[in-house]
Write a protein that binds this ligand. Structure first.
Ligand code: MN
Length: 753
C-alpha cells in the first residue's frame, strides 16, 4: 500500500468564530495536547516550568490575534507541538517555543525571561528574536542577519530547530496572508529554510516546506501534479503491492522484523524532475520509493541492511550505478541508509531505501534524534556535527566576508550534498558536490592549496579546476613557484578555499600597490604638488575607484596611466582636476597616438551629444571595442549594441532599419568587456598553467571563467576573459597560439559567454 503524504497541504483552516468561553477552552485543549506529547520527557518540576511559560506567553499575547482571527497563543503552542512531535525536542525547547515571540512582540523583556527561566532559555529566546528580524529587511541586511543566526546556531542548534518549527507553522497557515506576503515568505522558505532543514537532517520538514512554498509560488503546477497524483493513486498502489509481495515473503521467511511500504515522492521533487528533464508527469518513473524499515539490534544493523539488499536484488535486478551506501559513510547531516534502484515488474525502475528503525528516526527527526542516540553509539556522528559547526564557525569568524557573499558561500558550501574523496593514504575527505582538485588541496592545508598546480586523480593528471567525484583518490601536485590568482576564485566552491585565495590576493595586491605608491609620489612631486591625503582623494575620485589601495594598485600594474595628470593644474601644493571633465569622445587636447591607448575605450553614438547614453551589449554576439558594431533601439532595453557579424544582424538590419543607430567606439575610460575563447590543444601537464600565465600573468587580463575538458590526450578549453578592446583580444589570441601544444584559438560568440 502507499502511505499517505504526511504534509497536510490540502487542509484549509476552519473559519474562526468562537466566543470567549469557547476560545479559552480551545486554548486549554491545545495546551493539554502539548503536555500529553511531552509526558515521557517530563522530569520533576518540569511540568510547572512549562505551565509557567505557557501562562506567561498567554498573558503577554492576550490581546493579539493571528491573521486568521484565532488567538495568537495558538501559534506558539503549535510551534512547541512541532518541536516535540516532529523534531523530537524536549522540555527546554518547548518552553523556548512557547516564549519565542514574546520578546519580539510583547512587553516581556529578555531580562524577565532570564529571571524566570535562567540564562540557557533566555539565550535561545534571544537567538529566536534575532532571527525573526530577518524578515522585512533588504537582501544584504538579511544576509547579515543570517550570519548572526548561524553564529547562534554554533552555540545552540536548538535555535535553528525551533525557528524551523516556527517557519513550518507559519507556512501551514499562510492562507490568510496577503498575496505579496505569501510570495515573500514562500520564497524565503525555499531559499533558506528548506535547505537548512535538509542540512539539519529534517527530511520530512524540508519536504513539507518545499511543497508548501511551491503551493504559493507555483499554484498551477502544484495543483496539476497533486491532481495527477491523486488520479493515479489506485494504479500505483496496485503496482506497489505487486512489487512488495515477493519481498515480504522472503523477509518473513528470514525472520526479519520489518515494515515495508511505498512512499510517494513530494510534489516539489516531482516538479523538479519534470522541469529538469523536460518530461511529462506520465514519464516520471519514480513517483514513489519503496521503504524497508528493519527492527535490528545496533550490532547487527549494517549486516541486516545488506542481507535485505541481497534478498531484494535476488528478486529484482539492480542498477549498479544507483547504489548509495550511506551505511559506511553517513551524510554529514547524519543520514544513514542503503538506497538502490531495481527493475520491478513491467520493466519499471523502482527506488528502494533500506534502513533500520534508528536510522529512520534520524532521517525524520535529524539532529535531535542524534542527540538521543548519542550515548549508545560511537562518537563519530558527534564528530561529524562538530566538524560542520566548525566549518561554519571558520567562515563566520572571517571578518572580511561580506553579507551577501556569505549567504552564497553558505548555500554552496554548507547546504550542498557531499562527495567523498580519498587522500593517497586512503583518508576520507568530505567536500560539497562540485568541489575541485583545488578545493581538495585547500581542505588539506592552505599552504598546499596555495602551491597547487594540478592533481592526480586515480593516477591521471588533471588541472586544478578538475571537478571531483565521489570515490576519487586525489593526490595534489604542488610547486613552490605557484601562487593564487584571481581566476582561482572561479575554480572553487568551498568557503575555506575562497577565503584563503581572497586573503592571498589581497596580500599580493597590497604588495603591488606599494610600487604604485612610489610612482605616484614621484609623479606628484615632479608636478610641484604634494603627496597628500587631499591629492590622493582627488585622484581616487577622478578615476572613480573605491580606495587609494586600488589607485596605487592600478598605477603599479599600469592600468592607470598618469600621463593624464599633465592636464591638471597645481594650486599651492594641491592638484586641481580639469573641468569640464576629460572629454569622453574624440581626442582634442591630445593629438598624439594616445588615442590608440587600448585601455581607454568607450562607446559613443554619432549624431548625439557627448552625454552618456545608456546602452547594453548584445548577449548574442558580445561585442568589444574595436569590433564593427551597430546600435539597435529595442523596446524596453534601450540601446543594444550588436556586432555587424552577429548572426542576428542581418535580420535586425533588414526588418527594423528605422531602429538601427550608427555607433562607433570612442577612446577613453577604462571599461572591460566579457568575451570568450575556445582553445584546443594537446593535453600536457603544464598547459593550464601556461595559458593562465599568459592571460593573467603577462597580459594581466582578468579571467572570469575557465573550463577545461580533456580526452585522450587532447583538451578543449573555454575561457571567459575581460578585455578592453579587440586589439587586446587579438594580442591575447596571438600569444596563446604561440604556446607549445596549442592548436586552435577561436573567439567564441555563443550566448553562453
Ligand atoms: Mn512565531
Amino acid at each position: 500500500m502507499e502511505q499517505p503524504q504526511v504534509s497536510p497541504v490540502e487542509t484549509a483552516l476552519p473559519p474562526y468564530n468562537l466566543n470567549e468561553e469557547q476560545e479559552k477552552k480551545e486554548i486549554i485543549r491545545h495546551y493539554r495536547a502539548l503536555l500529553r506529547s511531552l509526558k515521557s520527557k517530563l522530569k520533576k518540576g518540569d511540568k510547572e516550568l512549562v505551565r509557567h511559560a505557557f501562562e506567561m506567553a498567554a498573558e503577554a499575547h492576550k490581546t493579539m490575534r493571528r491573521k486568521s482571527g484565532e488567538p495568537y497563543i495558538l501559534h506558539p503552542i503549535a510551534v512547541a507541538m512541532i518541536c516535540v512531535e516532529e523534531i523530537g525536542l524536549g522540555v527546554r525547547s518547548t518552553i523556548c517555543a512557547l516564549l519565542h515571540d514574546t520578546v519580539e512582540d510583547t512587553d516581556i523583556s529578555l531580562e524577565d525571561i532570564e529571571r524566570e527561566f535562567g540564562t540557557e532559555i533566555a539565550r535561545i529566546v534571544d537567538g529566536l528574536t534575532k532571527i525573526s528580524n530577518v524578515i522585512d529587511t533588504n537582501t544584504s541586511q538579511q544576509a547579515e542577519n543570517f550570519k548572526k543566526i548561524l553564529l547562534t546556531l554554533t552555540d545552540d542548534p536548538r535555535v535553528i530547530l525551533i525557528k524551523l518549527a516556527d517557519r513550518l507553522h507559519n507556512m501551514r497557515t499562510l492562507d490568510h496572508m496577503k498575496r505579496e506576503k505569501q510570495l515573500k515568505i514562500a520564497s524565503e522558505t525555499v531559499w533558506v529554510y528548506a535547505p537548512l532543514a535538509h542540512r539539519m537532517g529534517l527530511y520530512n520538514i524540508k519536504t513539507e516546506l518545499e511543497d508548501l512554498s511551491m503551493k504559493y509560488m507555483e499554484p498551477e503546477a502544484y495543483k496539476d501534479i497533486a491532481r495527477k497524483l491523486a488520479e493515479t493513486r489506485r494504479e500505483r498502489t496496485r503496482y506497489i503491492n505487486e512489487f512488495i509481495r515477493p519481498l515480504k515473503e522472503k523477509l518473513q521467511h528470514a525472520n526479519f522484523n520489518f515494515e515495508i511500504y511505498g512512499r510517494p515522492k513530494s510534489i516539489h521533487s516531482i516538479w523538479n524532475k519534470i522541469r529538469k528533464k523536460g518530461v511529462a508527469f506520465e514519464e516520471v518513473y519514480d513517483l514513489f520509493a519503496i521503504r524497508v524499515i528493519l527492527d535490528s539490534p545496533p550490532e547487527r544493523e549494517k549486516e541486516d541492511c545488506w542481507k535485505v539488499y541481497s534478498m531484494i536484488t535476488d528478486e529484482y535486478m539492480p542498477s549498479p550505478e544507483r547504489l548509495r551506501d550511506w551505511l559506511s559513510n553517513p551524510k554529514s547531516n547524519g543520514y544513514e541508509a542503503l538506497h538502490t534502484t531495481v527493475m520491478g515488474p513491467q520493466g519499471k525502475w523502482v527506488e528502494v531505501q533500506i534502513r533500520t528503525k534508528r536510522m529512520n528516526e534520524i532521517a525524520e527527526k535529524g539532529l535531535a534524534a542524534h542527540f538521543k542516540y548519542k550515548e549508545g553509539s560511537t562518537n563519530t556522528d558527534e564528530d561529524r556535527f562538530d566538524k560542520w559547526f566548525g566549518q561554519i564557525r571558520e567562515v563566520l569568524s572571517n571578518q572580511d566576508t561580506e553579507g551577501v557573499d556569505f549567504l552564497q558561500d553558505f548555500k554552496t558550501s554548507f547546504l550542498a550534498e557531499e562527495i567523498y574523496v580519498y587522500t593517497p593514504k586512503g583518508e576520507v575527505k568530505m567536500l560539497p558536490t562540485g568541489s575541485t582538485a583545488l578545493d581538495f588541496a585547500f581542505s588539506i592545508h592552505s599552504a598546499i592549496g596555495s602551491k597547487c598546480i594540478g592533481a592526480k586523480v586515480h593516477h591521471k593528471l588533471v588541472p586544478i579546476s578538475h571537478k571531483l567525484r565521489s570515490g576519487d583518490q586525489v593526490e595534489i601536485i604542488t610547486s613552490n613557484k605557484q601562487k593564487p590568482s584571481e581566476d582561482w576564485l572561479g575554480f572553487v566552491v568551498t568557503a575555506k578555499a575562497r577565503n584563503k585565495i581572497k586573503d592571498a590576493l589581497r596580500e599580493e595586491k597590497r604588495k603591488i600597490a606599494e610600487d604604485g605608491k612610489y610612482i605616484l609620489q614621484r609623479k606628484l612631486e615632479s608636478m610641484g604638488a604634494a603627496y597628500s591625503q587631499y591629492n590622493i582623494d582627488e585622484l581616487v575620485q577622478f578615476y572613480k575607484l573605491p580606495s587609494s589601495l586600488d589607485l596605487n594598485y592600478r598605477i603599479a600594474n599600469k592600468s592607470i596611466d598618469l600621463k593624464e595628470l599633465k592636464d591638471f593644474q597645481v594650486l599651492g601644493d594641491k592638484i586641481e582636476i580639469p573641468r569640464p571633465k576629460p572629454v569622453v569622445h574624440e581626442q582634442v587636447a591630445d593629438p598624439t597616438p594616445k588615442s590608440l591607448n587600448r585601455k581607454d575605450s568607450e562607446l559613443i553614438i554619432f549624431g548625439e551629444s557627448s552625454d552618456k547614453i545608456m546602452y547594453a551589449l548584445a548577449k548574442c554576439c558580445n561585442p568589444i571595442p574595436g569590433d564593427d558594431v551597430f546600435g539597435f533601439v529595442s523596446t524596453g532595453k534601450g540601446l543594444v549594441i550588436h556586432r555587424t557579424s552577429c548572426p542576428n544582424a542581418a535580420q535586425l538590419l533588414a526588418n527594423y532599419g528605422h531602429r538601427v543607430v550608427k555607433t562607433k567606439w570612442a577612446k577613453n575610460k577604462e571599461i572591460s568587456f566579457l568575451t570568450g575563447l575556445k582553445i584546443v590543444g594537446l593535453d600536457d601537464v603544464g598547459v593550464i598553467n601556461k595559458i593562465t600565465n599568459v592571460i593573467s600573468g603577462d597580459l594581466r587580463i582578468n579571467i572570469s571563467g575557465l573550463t577545461i575538458e580533456s580526452r585522450e590526450g587532447l583538451f578543449e578549453g573555454t575561457i571567459k576573459v575581460f578585455v578592453h578592446d579587440k586589439e587586446e583580444l587579438e594580442e591575447l589570441v596571438t600569444r596563446l597560439k604561440s604556446l607549445n601544444g596549442i592548436q586552435t584559438v577561436d573567439r567564441f560568440d555563443a550566448e553562453t559567454v
